[in-house]
Design a protein around this ligand. Structure first.
Ligand SMILES: Cc1cc2nc3c(=O)[nH]c(=O)nc-3n(C[C@H](O)[C@H](O)[C@H](O)COP(=O)(O)OP(=O)(O)OC[C@H]3O[C@@H](n4cnc5c(N)ncnc54)[C@H](O)[C@@H]3O)c2cc1C
Ligand SMILES: *[C@@H]1O[C@H](CO)[C@@H](O)[C@H](O)[C@H]1NC(C)=O
Ligand SMILES: CC(=O)N[C@H]1CO[C@H](CO)[C@@H](O)[C@@H]1O
Length: 415
């Protein structure tokens, strides 16, 4: 008998889980927004640990416009190369590292979750998407999912993947929406408090097209130009103890570059920026990096849309599951993007649902969810710890050890 599976949230974790589970079970995904909702337009980097699992799902890198990255380059603020760190991700860990536009990545996951089985060459039936449907409560023991309109459904497994339940959200008109509903939902599963922790850094995020830079500068800087960038993820560091740095990675075949501009949070700023959708102030960003080299200053100066976010994460939770319900993705282990492992962990979580094997009985579900919790929690706790350490600065050896630990993972059966 196939299990009835309810997934709350069609984000990266939910859709990946739907793809894994649709082969042997009946999956419904409930999404409070529209069908093409993509939280943030940010670029996203997938490492070999995520890519190996995605490839096994039939992930199509061309559809996602993925750009392979073959290592890291560090520049000083004047744009001089300080360090080149090539990484043979494929040779060393069995798959590439790829940067993608976040919405392209989600579109590809949506295809894998909902396309006809024949198209994907798999068994089972597509996951059902139910959009514009907020889940307001769950009963983990009974497997009940309650909707805003008062109705409910019963499932054998409830997968909770709610991003916004760990911090407040800002609406388009600037109102801060309390996370009451989401925290109630989460507290049904995990009773401990989950206050986000800020790591002291603020991040401006901007996307800039190669076209607009060529127009403004007449050329592409060395670290951008595909002929000289050698597929590296580039970082420009202030190098003056101020911890200011700019990370740049290419998207959509180098047509775009997304920049994360990091600096220590100004304590004198009264307001709290809890949402990574908040609009930032371009002038403030330009001022913060005004001693960096001309091409970068100019590039930041022509940015049209500046997003600002105070980096924050969540302490490791004591458990992720209760009864028939389990949390995965950011709801279970939100971390800052300092290692770029957040969504990779979500993909690994999804892969662990292979343990809900074909023919499993309804009665066995609770045991298996406990087992998944036992496998996933220690690993994500370590990745969180390493990600926190990144903010303080780590040695080259530590960085390599982290890459080995993160990228060397081969899925739940080889874990
Ligand atoms: C600035 C930034 C940069 C990042 N860069 C990287 C990177 O380079 N590499 C990487 O691996 N990770 C990165 N991450 C982390 C990554 O974005 C997250 O780990 C990932 O999105 C988590 O997926 P998710 O499915 O848990 O959440 P999401 O993708 O946000 O999905 C949650 C979904 O649930 C829906 N939802 C919420 N509440 C309800 C409800 N009550 N009812 C129904 N639906 C609901 C939402 O609408 C949404 O669609 C970054 C994060 C940030 C903030
Ligand atoms: C309530 O919402 C759910 C989920 O969208 C839907 O399936 C159900 O038909 C709705 N019930 C009523 C009475 O509107
Ligand atoms: C191409 C791309 O992904 N651009 C995104 C980069 O980040 C900005 C700010 O978050 C988004 O608005 C862009 O869509």
């Amino acid at each position: 008998m196939a299990l009835q599976i309810a997934i709350i949230g069609s984000g990266l974790a939910g859709l990946a889980a739907a793809r894994i589970l649709r082969v042997h079970h009946e999956v419904t995904v409930y999404e409070r927004s529209g069908p093409d909702t993509a939280t943030g337009g940010q670029g996203i980097c997938l490492f070999p640990n995520g890519i190996k699992i995605l490839q096994a799902m039939g992930f199509d890198r061309d559809r996602a416009g993925a750009v392979s990255c073959h290592g890291y380059r560090t520049f000083d603020k004047d744009g001089n190369l300080v360090k080149d760190f090539p990484v043979d991700f494929k040779g060393k860990y069995g798959a590439d590292t790829m940067a993608m536009k976040r919405s392209d990545f989600r579109d590809e996951l949506l295809r894998l979750a909902t396309a006809p089985s024949e198209d994907l060459g798999i068994q089972g039936s597509p996951a059902k998407m139910v959009c514009d449907t907020s889940v307001v409560d769950v009963d983990p023991d009974e497997g009940l999912v309650f909707f805003k309109n008062g109705s409910s459904v019963q499932a054998d497994v409830v997968v909770g993947v709610l991003l916004t339940n760990w911090y407040d959200r800002k609406t388009a008109d600037g109102k801060i929406v309390a996370n009451g509903v989401h925290s109630r939902l989460r507290h049904r599963i995990v009773s401990s408090s989950c206050q986000p922790k800020k790591n002291g850094m603020t991040c401006y995020r901007v996307a800039i097209s190669a076209e607009s830079v060529k127009e403004a500068l007449g050329y592409l800087p060395e670290w951008w130009d595909p002929r000289t960038a050698d597929s590296r993820i580039s970082t420009l560091i202030a190098g003056d103890g101020s911890k200011r740095m700019v990370a740049a990675y290419p998207l959509r075949h180098y047509d775009y570059m997304n920049f994360s501009c990091l600096f220590p949070t100004r304590q004198d700023k009264g307001h709290v920026l809890d949402s990574w959708f908040a609009d930032g102030d371009r002038q403030e960003m330009v001022d913060t990096f005004n001693d960096f080299s001309y091409p970068l200053r100019k590039i930041l100066d022509i940015a049209t849309e500046v997003k600002v976010w105070e980096l924050q994460d969540l302490d490791s939770l004591p458990h992720w599951n209760k009864g028939r319900a389990i949390l995965i993705g950011d709801a279970a282990h939100a971390m800052t993007p300092m290692q770029g492992q957040g969504s990779n962990m979500a993909i690994e979580d999804a892969d662990s649902f292979h343990l809900l094997r074909p023919g499993i009985s309804r009665d066995e579900v609770k045991e298996v969810l406990k087992q998944i919790d036992g496998i996933r929690r220690p690993r994500t706790a370590r990745v969180l710890r390493d990600t926190r350490a990144m903010a303080k600065g780590i040695s080259m050896d530590e960085m390599i050890a982290n890459l080995d630990f993160n990228c060397g993972y081969n899925g739940v059966f080889e874990g």
